[in-house]
Design a protein. Structure first.
Lengths: 125, 543
């Protein structure tokens, strides 16, 4: 079990414990729900990690490995430039501002988000 | 195998405006975050000076009450949402891949998107100033019903909600990116128990963001629905509950305090061993303490709500007291690291010392406020203002300057001037304590926070005047830092790869680092790979 998984499992256990303790001490629904939801969110991540870890084999976990040991492992190319992030942020701003100023602006923003998302997918291939 | 990435050949580094706008390089995004957050800091600082000038003498009418409300709302919002926390995200953006030996973040384009959302979110918050009824004026907490449409009628409050929402979502995306990068992209040999303390603190911070920011987002959405779509989530006349707003807000708000301090614990943990010429004392203890603080911080939210009478005070008081234990462990470890070290008081170390002294006082008053009887007396008074500024100003701000002086050579390849740095430190340190220490007494004397003026009674006028003088002394320190940056840009001394004789992996590459960070990596056999590389005999002996 990796340290990352242990971290999420122990955080989840802590969240469950504190949610139960809080309910029995305070009998207060909002806080109990928030703590319970926190435990649920952590359990989702921990569950994903259990599944994903079946195939994981991270060089960083091998304490005696050197850089040369990992040579030849290709995991993709990092792009150092893309115009899409700023357009995505502008489109999201347009949606949110549109909710205040004008529904038309929000619709335009939504269309822009869809277009940028499509371009993200195309660029990732 | 997923730890390494092969990168496509790239052209020589471009430095034009378009290359910065379209960048997905974590180092540039980090620098953009840092510069943007410093700009917001400058604005928030100017607002603070206006506030202190208004309060310099009793009965002052420099500002109207409404404008005063707008100023402290924007000041708090900018400092918390747009400066202290985002600066840490910027520093982490720059440092995490370098410290773990990765070529970039796990999701570079998501990283860039987060930055632009943060920038635009901040601009939207401030754009309220240009509306007819001005910016948001309900405080950085935007408590309902004060922030509801019946009281805050202007567009400024809506823009505040939307802007803060964007910043929150950006922070969540960034935290996911950090955790994924650290778990998956560590270099061969960089096991989790060898990653630098700063990176560990950012993992804990990211978990906090991931847990705490969604409740804030839902709180803001509910408030938005109340204001714009006729909802009644916080309106008791229609079955709503304003206390629910406070629960959701502080479920975010108190972990947010640790989002704003844990990264800076990491900064201090990186700097002290370098300038004490010793390994960090109790690496494992520091890491476990960070997670203990993070975990406990999720269970203390309602200590901000003691006086509502609607929460279980003993529970939240007890958990709040408990946080002092892991924080004390950290202090012990920092002091033990310095103990019998060969300490050199360069500027980063001076600011680290300032951090320790200021944060200690902020921490002690925090423990006092965790006691409900004390909190009932001090709630919403200047005592609380002093406490939070000692934690976030005296703590985080001093660590920010420490981090800037420490990693500036790595970011830009040139040193900042030591003499100017020392002067800047003393002006900031003295100014800070002159400005904020009197606020403890003001609070005890009964001066409430968020008031635009006060009566000419007791020692209120004298203490307020002293506090205002302190704010202007701090201004001199900040200006000296600005001058230092200019001097460094014009004729800064070249830094070299490792000007401090440091420990972690970022010092193994050039200053500034190339795209994709490393051409080769030293063997990683401890949490101090660069020290091991420079001192192979010592490294063997310590193993």
């Amino acid at each position: 079990m990796t340290i990352g998984l242990r971290l999420f499992l122990s955080s989840m256990t802590f969240a469950i414990a504190i949610a139960i303790a809080y309910w029995f001490i305070a009998h207060e629904i909002a806080g109990t729900f928030l703590l319970g939801f926190m435990a649920f969110a952590l359990s989702v991540i921990a569950g994903y990690m259990i599944v994903a870890e079946r195939e994981a084999d991270v060089w960083g976990d091998q304490g005696s490995a050197n850089q040369s040991d990992a040579a030849g492992q290709i995991v993709g190319t990092y792009s150092i430039r893309s115009p899409l992030p700023i357009w995505a942020a502008l489109a999201i701003s347009l949606i949110l501002l549109g909710l205040i100023v004008s529904p038309t602006m929000a619709v335009l923003g939504l269309l822009a988000v869809l277009a940028v998302s499509a371009l993200f997918i195309v660029q990732s291939r | 195998m997923t730890a390494v990435a092969r990168t496509a050949p790239v052209a020589a580094t471009r430095n034009d405006l378009l290359s910065w706008i379209t960048t997905t390089d974590h180092k540039r995004i980090g620098i953009l975050y840092i510069c943007t957050s410093l700009c917001y800091f400058a604005i928030a600082g100017a607002l603070a000076l206006a506030i202190r000038t208004q309060l310099a003498v009793p009965g002052n009418h420099l500002l109207t009450p409404h404008v005063y409300n707008e100023l402290f709302t924007l000041h708090g919002t900018a400092m918390i949402f747009l400066f202290v926390a985002p600066f840490a995200l910027g520093l982490a953006n720059f440092l995490i891949p370098l410290q773990i030996g990765a070529p970039d973040m796990a999701f570079p384009r998501l990283n860039a998107t987060s930055y632009w959302m943060f920038l635009f979110g901040g601009i939207i918050v401030f754009s309220g100033v240009a509306t007819n009824e001005g910016a948001a004026a309900a405080g950085w907490t935007a408590y309902a019903p004060l922030s509801e449409i019946a009281v805050s009628t202007g567009l400024g409050q809506d823009l505040w909600i939307v802007g803060v929402l964007m910043v929150s979502v950006a922070s969540i995306l960034t935290s996911i990116n950090f955790v994924t990068t650290v778990f998956i992209y560590r270099a061969p040999g960089m096991t989790m128990w060898r990653i630098p303390i700063f990176t560990w603190e950012m993992v804990a911070t990211s978990l906090l963001i991931f847990m705490a920011f969604p409740p804030l987002a839902s709180d803001l959405l509910l408030l938005f629905v109340d204001r714009r779509l006729g909802g009644h989530a916080f309106d008791p006349a229609f079955g709503g509950n304003p206390i629910l707003y406070q629960h959701l807000f502080w479920f975010f708000g108190h972990p947010e305090v640790y989002v704003m301090i844990l990264p800076y614990f990491g900064v201090i943990s990186e700097i002290i061993p370098v300038f004490a010429r010793k390994p960090i004392f109790g690496y494992t203890g520091l890491v476990l303490a960070a997670f203990a603080i993070a975990g406990l911080s999720m269970g203390v939210w309602a200590h901000h709500m003691f006086t509502t009478g609607a929460v279980n005070n003993p529970f939240f008081s007890a958990v709040s007291f408990l946080i002092a234990v892991p924080t004390g462990v950290k202090f012990f470890n920092w002091i033990a690291t310095m103990w019998r070290g060969s300490i050199s008081f360069k500027t980063p170390m001076l600011f680290s010392m300032g951090f320790l002294m200021n944060f200690l006082l902020g921490g002690v008053t925090g423990v006092m406020l965790a006691s409900p009887p004390v909190d009932y007396q001090a709630h919403d008074s200047y005592f609380v203002v002093a406490h939070m500024h000692y934690v976030l100003g005296g703590g985080s701000l001093f660590a920010i300057f420490a981090g800037l002086y420490f990693w500036w050579p790595k970011m830009f390849g040139v040193m900042l001037d030591e003499r100017l740095g020392t002067w800047s430190f003393w002006f900031l340190f003295i100014g800070f304590n002159v400005a904020f220490f009197p606020m403890h007494i003001l609070g005890v004397e009964g001066m409430p926070r968020r008031v635009f003026t006060y009566p000419d009674t007791g020692s209120l006028p004298e203490l307020n005047f002293i506090a205002t003088c302190g704010a202007y002394i701090m201004l001199i320190g900040a200006i000296l830092f600005g001058i230092n940056v200019l001097v460094s840009a014009l004729r800064g001394k070249p830094a070299g790869d490792d000007p401090w004789g440091a420990n972690s992996l970022e010092w193994a590459t050039t200053s500034p680092p190339p795209e994709y960070n490393f051409t080769s990596l030293p063997p990683i056999r401890s949490e101090r790979p660069v020290w091991d590389m420079h001192h192979p005999e010592g490294a063997r002996a310590s193993r």
